[in-house]
Design a protein around this ligand. Structure first.
Ligand code: ATP
Ligand code: MG
Length: 276
């Protein structure tokens, strides 16, 4: 599942790490791929990502096997992370001259031998070659939308890119999930944006929206997701609920068919049973 929106600061990373932790805490095996040179997902998961750490840059540019960079996330069993270091900032340019530049991440994931139920890819706030690699590698796109005035501006461009990648490189790709983030029920603007998004996207929008929550924004500074930092907080509960909705809908990466592994079905079932 590709978590993408070229608008910055809409909650891509927060959504990636907290949904991943929610799924893992309920028995799924989940890999987070940090595809943003900022390395925010790695930080939030407490994964070391200074310049010497083997990272997703090595996978994309140096063809290192994904298994050599994946690290287990402390505190959350079944959760793994392929970290991003600052090297990745050069990858957009370095990839241009490499063969199969759009499908390097797809190949790396296909060659990954460990059983997984979900792979979540945290994209940078751009539509460059890194995001294209994610779209080629994924089955589904999850778009977090912040409940603010400019929320829908620029979305057309993202949707056109998804169509282009589906048409030319990855026929099964589709936008499966929209998640409203940083929702502040006290403002009329938030409910108006939410209504507009629901009118536009219909069933793809999860019923659960993520409230604006101080606990969610504090957690990364402790190298934690909100699920371990403050499990009873409204932010943690909303991500658990969003993950449950996804699991019950049968949203999945279907690793069994595409990548030669089994487990997606079982993982979804665990998740659905575990948090009802
Ligand atoms: P970028 O485009 O830079 O990668 P992003 O889309 O990944 O950004 P995040 O980093 O997840 O966005 O979130 C942006 C900021 O908003 C962060 O400081 C994060 O802690 C905060 N934030 C995200 N979700 C919430 C929330 N529900 N409540 C409060 N703060 C939030
Ligand atoms: Mg981010």
């Amino acid at each position: 599942m590709v978590v993408a929106n070229q608008k910055g600061g809409v909650g891509k990373t927060t959504t990636t790490v907290n949904l991943a932790a929610s799924l893992a805490l309920h028995g799924s095996r989940v890999l987070v791929i940090d595809l943003d040179p900022q390395g925010n997902a790695s930080t939030a998961l407490g994964i070391d990502h200074h310049a010497e750490v083997p990272s997703i840059y090595d996978v994309l540019v140096e063809s290192k096997p994904l298994s050599e960079v994946v690290q287990p996330v402390p505190d959350v069993e079944g959760l793994f992370c392929a970290p991003a270091t600052i090297d990745l900032a050069g990858a957009e340019i370095e990839l241009v001259s490499l063969v199969a530049r759009e499908s390097r991440l797809q190949r790396a994931i296909q060659a990954y031998e460990q059983p997984l139920d979900y792979v979540l890819i945290d994209c940078p706030p751009s539509l460059g070659l890194l995001t294209v690699n994610a779209l080629v590698a994924g089955n589904e796109v999850l778009i977090p939308i912040q409940c603010e005035y400019y929320a829908l501006e620029g979305l057309g461009q993202l949707l056109r890119n998804v169509d282009l990648v589906r048409g030319h490189l990855n026929p099964t790709l589709h936008v499966s999930t929209i998640l409203l983030t940083m929702y502040d029920g006290r403002t009329r603007l938030a409910s108006q944006v939410a209504e507009e998004v629901r009118n536009h996207f219909g069933d793809e929008v999860l019923r659960t929206s993520i409230p604006r929550s101080v606990r969610i924004s504090e957690a990364p500074s402790y190298g934690q997701t909100v699920l371990t930092y403050d499990p009873g907080s409204s932010g943690a509960l909303s991500y658990l609920e969003a993950a449950r909705e996804m699991a019950l809908r049968g949203v999945s990466v279907q690793l069994d068919g595409r990548h030669g592994h089994v487990g997606a079905q079982n993982g979804r079932q665990n998740m659905a049973e575990g948090i009802q």
